[in-house]
Ligand binder design. Structure first.
Ligand code: ADP
Ligand code: MG
Length: 230
C-alpha cells in the first residue's frame, strides 16, 4: 500500500451564492486507486467533483494533484494536466458521429491514440459512424469515458456512471473500470451500491456536504454494510 497520493483535497468548502453546500471536505486518492463516494441526491457529490476539476471555484480549501495546486487554475488546464471530469448528464454531441466526437477531443488534447479507446471500448469502433443522438445511454457513457482517456489521464472523476444503464452494461463498466485503473486512478460518485461494492477499494460516505465516514474494510465494501450512510 505504498502508492503515492495522486490527489489530496484539504478542507474544501463551496457555496452557490449565500447557500453553502460543501463543508471542510478532505480526501485523498492514491495512484491507480478506485475510490467511490456514496451519498443521497443533493449531498454535494457533483459540487465536489466540479471543484476538484476547477469547473467551480471553492470558497476555501485546496486540491493538490500530482504535487500541483489546482485551485485557481482554469478547467481546461486541469484537464490537460490529466485530471478529467465526466459529467452525470452523458453529454455527447448529438449531431456528430462517434468519430467526430472523438476527433474534437483529439484536437483538444493533441492525442490521437484511438487504439487505446477501442481496446477498452471495442463497441465504439463498430459504432464509429453513428451519430450521438442514436447512441444508447451505455454507448454514450462509453464515448464519454473514451474521450476522457485520450491524452493519458492520471485521474478520472466520473459522476453517476451507471445512472439509467441496463444491468448488463453496468457489468461491462465494472470490468472496464478495473482495466482502466491499471493506467489511472478512478473516483466515482453515486448511489448504486452494488456497482460501488464491485469496483471500489475504498469508499467515502457523504451527507449534507460533509464526508461522514471512510470505509476501507474489504468485507464491509463487499456486503454493502455502509448502506446506512445513504
Ligand atoms: N447551480 C446550482 N445553484 C444553486 N444550488 C445548487 C446548484 N447546483 C447544486 N445546488 C445545490 O447544492 C446542493 C448539492 O448539490 P449537488 O452537488 O448537485 O449534489 P449531488 O450531486 O450529491 O446530488 C444541493 O442542495 C443542490 O440543490
Ligand atoms: Mg450529482
Amino acid at each position: 500500500m505504498g502508492r503515492p497520493n495522486i490527489v489530496e483535497v484539504k478542507n474544501l468548502s463551496a457555496a452557490y451564492g449565500q447557500s453553502k453546500v460543501l463543508f471542510d471536505v478532505s480526501l485523498k486518492i492514491k495512484a491507480n486507486e478506485r475510490v467511490s463516494i456514496v451519498g443521497r441526491n443533493g449531498a454535494g457529490k457533483t459540487t465536489l467533483l466540479k471543484c476538484m476539476a476547477s469547473l467551480l471555484a471553492p470558497t476555501n480549501g485546496s486540491v493538490v494533484y500530482d504535487r500541483t495546486e489546482l485551485v485557481g487554475k482554469q478547467s481546461y488546464e486541469v484537464a490537460r494536466m490529466g485530471l478529467k471530469y465526466i459529467d452525470q448528464d452523458k453529454h455527447v454531441f448529438l449531431d456528430l458521429t462517434v468519430r467526430e466526437n472523438l476527433e474534437l477531443s483529439s484536437y483538444a488534447t493533441g492525442d490521437y491514440d484511438w487504439d487505446k479507446v477501442f481496446k477498452h471500448f471495442p463497441k465504439l469502433k463498430i459504432l464509429i459512424d453513428r451519430k450521438g443522438a442514436y447512441l444508447s445511454g451505455g454507448e454514450r457513457q462509453m464515448l464519454m469515458v473514451g474521450r476522457a482517456i485520450l491524452g493519458d489521464p492520471k485521474v478520472l472523476l466520473i459522476d453517476e456512471p451507471t445512472e439509467g444503464l441496463a444491468p448488463s452494461i453496468v457489468d461491462d463498466l465494472v470490468t472496464t473500470f478495473h482495466e482502466l485503473s491499471k493506467d489511472c486512478a478512478i473516483l466515482t460518485v453515486g448511489q448504486n451500491l452494488s456497482f460501488v461494492s464491485r469496483i471500489a477499494e475504498r469508499i467515502y460516505a457523504m451527507k449534507e456536504g460533509k464526508l461522514v465516514a471512510e470505509i476501507t474494510d474489504a468485507a464491509e465494501i463487499k456486503n454493502s454494510s455502509y448502506s446506512h450512510y445513504l
